[in-house]
Write a protein that binds this ligand. Sequence first.
Ligand SMILES: [Fe+2]
Length: 203
Amino acid sequence: MESNHSNRTLASFYLGHARRSRLLMAHLLQVLLDTRNLEIPYTPALEKLLISAAFHHDLGKLAVPQYLLQKPGKLTAEEFEIVKSHTWLGEKLAGIYLHGSPEEQEVLRIVCRHHHERWDGKGYPDGLSGQEIPYPARLMAVVDVYDALTHERPYKPAYDSADARRILEAGTGTQFDPVVVQTFLGLINHDINRNLIPKGKTG
Ligand SMILES: [Fe+2]
């Protein structure tokens, strides 16, 4: 069956995700700061780096075959291994693609490589767990999954925000840093009704 997305370029398909991730990261940082839950010292420069990294977190997907990223069905184990490589490919591309400061490149490398790690150590590429996972990547994991859940992908429909919230809640302490995900859930419960963050259902 032909994918609904067959006429869309990889760049345009992921641009929306990148933009929404940037917006969600900005909101998450603000609420972590407001609730005194931010684990690292806040500076405006750090905020700028994290928001920029959120936009570029899937940079490595530019180096993964497009047909795999747009495959409508389930990936084979071999195909999934190739898709997983977007993490370390992004880390490598970060230094080439982004002519930023050393700090900017470092945060981007961390976010690209580790945004699919899981709190319980069952993620990839390195199987890091808990606070071994660099903090920027723990923030990115929550933002990334929420946006992926609430928007259509070639292999799945968009979930509504209530279902997405339930899935994030279920991932507390297994997939996600408990403090980060609970703070994020508080944010979306509050802000989604005020149209401050995307509701989903669009590409
Ligand atoms: Fe990713």
